[in-house]
Structure formats: structure tokens, C-alpha cells
Design a binder for this molecule. Structure first.
Ligand SMILES: [Zn+2]
Length: 78
């Protein structure tokens, strides 16, 4: 497909996605996405996102647990 941001071409790739569901953050590996070869923008099919919601809602295998830092970016100091 064509990228909506830069009109570059996208390629189907398996990527790692940060996915929020019911206030919880998940890192989901091996998710199919169209990735722009120019700007890197990623496009996920609505069906894929629904399938991830569904997977996370039922019993699923957890590969790894991560500690995640939440940081506030200070624009002024940058
Ligand atoms: Zn693009």
C-alpha cells in the first residue's frame, strides 16, 4: 500500500507492537504490519488489532515480564 503520511511504499513485516488494553500495556511480538520503507510509519489492519485484543482477553502465554519506566519529557530543558 501507499503511506498516508509520505506517500512512500509500504512492505508487509512482522513487528513488535505496544498495545494497550483495559488500561494495561502489552508488548506483542510478531505482529503483521504494513511498514513504510521511507518514513517507517506502521499500519495495522483493524482485524489484526481485534485479534490481539481477543488473544490478550483470554488465557495466553507470557514470554517475558518487563519493568517499564514512565518518564515525563521536559520540553523546556530539551
Ligand atoms: Zn511514509
Amino acid at each position: 500500500m501507499q503511506c498516508e503520511r509520505c506517500h512512500g511504499l509500504t512492505k508487509l513485516k512482522a513487528v513488535k507492537r505496544q498495545h494497550w488494553l483495559n488500561g494495561k500495556l502489552y508488548i506483542v511480538e510478531n505482529v503483521q504490519a504494513e511498514v513504510c520503507t521511507d518514513c517507517g510509519e506502521r499500519y495495522f489492519h483493524a482485524k489484526t488489532l481485534d485479534a490481539i485484543d481477543e488473544l490478550l482477553s483470554r488465557q495466553h502465554l507470557v514470554e517475558k515480564l518487563l519493568d517499564v519506566e514512565v518518564v515525563r519529557f521536559d520540553q523546556e530543558a530539551a
